[in-house]
Design a protein around this ligand. Structure first.
Ligand code: PEP
Ligand code: MN
Length: 332
């Protein structure tokens, strides 16, 4: 249940009420809001005089649901905005991993030359083998931050462990919670304590309900800046790396109020399929697209097979712009 308390109740009093009722307390749109599990269907008697408005839900998709808030949430990413009524589709480009200053500078220059705003690059890579490249860690974050300063780009990078959050906040604009980290409550709770945008990638074996509940961990902890990212599910199919769940995207658009970003690069796993898949994604009217691109994909230290080279990335953007326009969106 979500409860809006009456305006005369102070935040301190609201906090006490939350503790007494084992509820979460957040301030949202200048309202003191309490959130309990969805099992609660009626306002407790002793609370009745303090309640302004309340919503009952069939499951724990609450703050993120259209039933609570029909308008899509707006999220500020550095200098740009997505969601809300912006109709922006942000193209987040850059390599899977930050590998060197030269490499990430080339990526930055590509984005700037195309009028794009947001650079990605992993520094703490959640690899499936301990023998694979694990990322440049703090050194990589400092390079991203340098690019942010020199080129005015927004920077997004992933967290692998809750202990890295403070560093990542210092050096970047968006914290990416990877598909394997989606269930890591230490990470989700730490993300809830910041006000940075959190991009949560759907676990490749997660239901939509589980995915949305990961977002609820962050929202109910007080961070309202959550973005969902569909990046492909593991199915019986082995010809492609994962299977991009566009049906799930339609479901999220119908039932949640969160901005949605699609990642065809990780879903496909092979560069040849990324452009057409990207156009299909943009045609759904989405808030962002995440495309991995590398100055020389053949020598990439992670996800080499799926990264576009810079000529391919440039050509792709040209074909995406009219697709976005045809559904009332703008590529930024
Ligand atoms: C990535 O974005 O490079 C990545 C590792 O993504 P995912 O968590 O979706 O596998
Ligand atoms: Mn990757």
């Amino acid at each position: 249940m979500i409860i809006h308390l009456k305006d005369q109740i102070s935040a301190i009093e609201a906090g006490k009420i939350a503790i007494e009722n084992q509820a979460f307390h957040i301030v949202y749109n200048n309202k003191n809001v309490l959130i309990t599990g969805s099992g609660l269907k009626e306002i407790p008697l002793e609370l009745e005089s303090k309640v302004d408005q309340f919503w009952v839900f069939p499951n724990d998709m609450q703050l993120s649901s259209k039933k609570y808030q029909t308008e899509k949430r707006e999220v500020q990413i550095g200098k740009i905005k997505i969601g809300g009524t912006t109709n922006n589709t942000v193209l987040i480009g850059g390599p899977c991993s930050v590998e060197s200053e030269e490499q990430i500078r080339e990526s930055s220059e590509l984005l700037v030359s195309l009028g794009l705003s947001t650079l990605r690059g992993g520094c703490y890579k959640p690899r499936t083998s301990p023998y694979s490249f694990q990322g440049m860690e703090l050194e990589g974050l400092k390079l991203l931050s340098k690019m942010r300063g020199e080129y005015g780009l927004n920077v997004i990078t992933e967290v692998r462990d809750a202990t890295q959050i403070d560093e990542i906040i210092e050096y970047s604009d968006v914290i990416q919670v990877g598909a394997k980290a989606m269930y890591d409550q230490g990470i989700l709770r730490a993300c809830a304590k910041t006000n940075k945008p959190i991009l949560i990638k759907r676990g490749f074996g997660s239901t939509l309900q589980e995915f949305v509940q990961a977002a609820e961990f962050v929202l109910s902890g007080g961070n309202e800046n959550v973005i969902l990212c569909e990046r492909g599910l593991r199915t019986f199919e082995t010809g492609t790396r994962f299977t991009l769940d566009l049906c799930g995207v339609a479901w999220l658009q119908e039932y949640t109020n969160l901005p949605i970003i699609l990642d065809p690069s990780h879903a496909m796993g092979y560069a040849y399929g990324v452009p057409s898949l990207a156009r299909a994604c943009v045609a759904m009217g989405i808030d962002g697209l995440l495309i991995e691109a590398h100055p020389n994909p053949k020598v990439a230290k992670s996800d080499a097979s799926q990264q576009l080279n810079h000529a391919e990335f440039t050509a792709l953007l040209e074909t995406l712009r009219p697709v976005a326009e045809s559904v009332g969106y703008k590529m930024i």
